[in-house]
Design a protein around this ligand. Structure first.
Ligand code: 3PG
Length: 342
């Protein structure tokens, strides 16, 4: 069956320029489409239970689900998006080229927190709503961050005397959904928790959790035996973790990065690890120079083979189902609560 769909473009009556878009109007017109197709494009697939749950939500709404998993080439994604109205992705790159190939696309939901993989401006220019699913996979990432601290404290589970987390100070860089959960778990382990977040002005947000608020990012790093990174990759944060901050960390400190590799200045990290023989780095997002770092720093460096912070069935189910529900709620009710490209 075909469908009727008119893009609700509003134009300046004098210049003819397209005016600010109206996601609600888009949703209204999308809801008229029959045979709605939603693509799940995941190079790193969701757990089967999550896929089944997503399919069930779309089936109930009368939408068709198309699944593209473990794709190895961009051309597969470009072909798959051609006739879909909705798209669910994880860290999959939704570039201007992908958006251009998706002539009927109205909504992209990043099943997860960070949306640096999506060209927001290109989506907005095309009238495509972009959302994330904040908080849905946070516990998985927080558990991995704690696990990584223990792994490094215990000599990467090799022979020899390790150390305990209890009594040590963990610094949390960015006190959002993941950062707060890391703080709560660290406190349960008897750690001192200090956090810094330039976007949280209210001291009570920290005090209420029994967390010390660092006055500056410099103060945070200087206090942290373990530093857990939770900043997003933006133009402001890319390469922002540099030499000075790394060198200011206490003797024997460990930097834990479950955020994004781009926020680290890799040259500065190599320099700091060279000059500070007790500094350690562990991450689930391998740096570009991972082979060189493994060779240079041996047991003081560890990167998982694949990004795995959100790789739990629970996180897949929470984020995947939330993404599906948000798509249905947008199409049926025009709900744009989680839109990130307004
Ligand atoms: C996120 O931003 O939600 C996490 O980094 C998880 O990403 P993933 O879905 O690619 O595992």
């Amino acid at each position: 069956m075909g469908f009727s769909y008119n893009m609700p473009t509003r134009r300046n009556p004098f210049s003819g320029d397209v005016l600010a878009w109206e996601p609600t109007a888009i949703a209204e017109s999308v809801s008229m489409i029959e045979n709605m197709k939603i693509l799940i494009a995941t190079e790193k697939p969701f757990a089967k239970k999550a896929v089944d749950g997503i399919k069930a939500i779309f089936a109930e709404a009368g939408y068709e689900t198309i699944l593209l998993e473990k794709y190895t080439d961009k051309s597969q994604l470009l072909a798959a998006v051609a006739d879909v109205q909705g798209l669910i992705v994880r860290s999959d790159k939704v570039t201007a080229e992908v958006l251009e190939a998706a002539a009927e696309l109205k909504i992209v939901v990043r099943a997860g927190a960070g949306y640096d993989n999506i060209d927001l401006a290109a989506a907005k220019a095309k009238g495509v709503v972009v959302m994330n699913t904040p908080g849905q996979n946070s516990n998985a990432v927080a558990e991995l961050a704690i696990g990584m601290m223990i792994y490094m404290a215990r000599n990467r589970f090799t022979a020899g005397t390790g150390s305990e987390l209890q009594g040590k100070t963990v610094g949390i860089h960015a006190y959002g959904n993941v950062g707060r959960l890391v703080g709560r778990k660290a406190k349960a382990l008897g750690m001192n928790v200090v956090a810094y977040d330039p976007f949280i002005a209210d001291p009570e947000a920290f005090e209420n959790d029994g967390v010390k608020q660092a006055a500056s990012v410099e103060e945070l790093y200087a206090a942290s035996d373990y530093l857990s990174l939770h900043i997003p990759a933006t133009e402001q944060t890319k390469k922002s973790i540099g030499y000075k901050l790394l060198m200011s960390m206490p003797e024997g400190a460990t930097l834990v990065n479950t955020a994004r590799k781009e926020v680290i200045d890799e040259d500065a990290l190599k320099a700091a690890l060279t000059e500070r023989p007790t500094l350690k780095y562990i991450t689930d997002i391998a740096p570009d120079c991972k082979d060189e770092m493994a060779e240079l720093f041996g047991s003081r460096f560890f990167a998982t083979p694949k990004k795995m912070g959100a790789e739990t069935a629970e996180a897949n189910i929470n984020a995947g189902l939330a993404a599906a529900r948000q798509i249905v709620d947008f199409i049926e009710n025009g709900n744009t609560r989680f839109q990130v490209n307004k």
